[in-house]
Design a binder for this molecule. Structure first.
Ligand code: SF4
Length: 243
């Protein structure tokens, strides 16, 4: 049975979510044509410590932009236990040289514990469950203390990302979702990296166009879109973090 105190708490949460949603939708319209740094400055001003950046450590472009908007900003990295060593190395380099606070989230179970419970190579047999356990759940928990999070999603990466707003509402997590480089192309990313000497994952110069977990990522072929190397040969195109 729900107590009056619980009901009051839920009503407060619902009211807060409605307020944040309205804020996100208005900002999405007003900032659609704004430069990425301006979008992040808005997020930093509006949410302060309750704003973070998530990074897959494919590159540190959004983290770099966010650190310019808010030095010392939290950069959240999901360590699934299946990353390439190059990705972990990029995370460590970002932590060492950039003005950010890297926060590493881990799943509740190690890979060995997951293997014991679900059998080995769950990523081959049921990648949706593997992503749910190793990505979606830890991020859900890790974002609890924030009202807004930024991602590096770009509209040109794949058809599923073509409609990404620069600021939108993440209904599942009831948070504001900021995608400051949604309108950027790969050329824009390359130009920013070159101009600012931003750290990038070494795999990007080794045939990989998008870097995820090692068992589910391959190099891309000529003419393929950037995410074609993720879960190749399967209908799966997203890990569930952005659904
Ligand atoms: S990308 Fe692959 S290995 Fe990583 S969590 Fe998803 S299914 Fe598991």
């Amino acid at each position: 049975m729900t107590t009056p105190a619980q009901e009051a708490g839920e009503a407060q949460e619902a009211e807060k979510a409605a307020r944040l949603r309205e804020l996100a939708e208005r900002a999405g319209r007003e900032l659609e044509d704004a430069p990425a740094l301006e979008i992040l400055s808005w997020a930093a001003r509006t949410f302060g410590e309750r704003f973070c950046v998530t990074s897959s450590m494919e590159d540190a472009v959004v983290a770099h932009l966010a650190a310019r908007a808010r030095p010392g900003v939290d950069v959240v990295f999901l360590d699934t236990g299946y990353h390439f060593p190059e990705t972990i190395g990029t995370r460590d380099a970002v932590d060492a040289v950039m003005d950010v606070r890297v926060i590493t989230l881990t799943p509740r179970r190690t890979v060995a514990e997951q293997d014991a419970e679900h059998g080995p190579r769950l990523h081959d047999r049921n990648p949706d469950l593997c992503c749910a356990l190793r990505k979606v759940a830890p991020l859900e928990e890790g974002l609890t203390g924030y009202d807004a999070w930024a991602t590096g999603l770009r509209r040109d990466e794949s058809p599923t990302r073509a409609g990404t707003p620069v600021v939108g509402w993440d209904e599942r997590r009831r948070k504001v979702k900021v995608s400051p480089i949604a309108r950027w192309t790969q050329d824009d990313v390359d130009a920013y990296v070159a101009e600012h000497g931003v750290l990038t994952n070494p795999l990007l110069t080794d045939g990989y166009a998008s870097v995820g977990c090692a068992p589910c990522t391959r190099r891309v072929l000529e003419g393929e879109d950037a995410r074609a190397g993720r879960w190749a040969g399967r209908t799966k195109t997203e890990c569930g973090l952005h659904g």
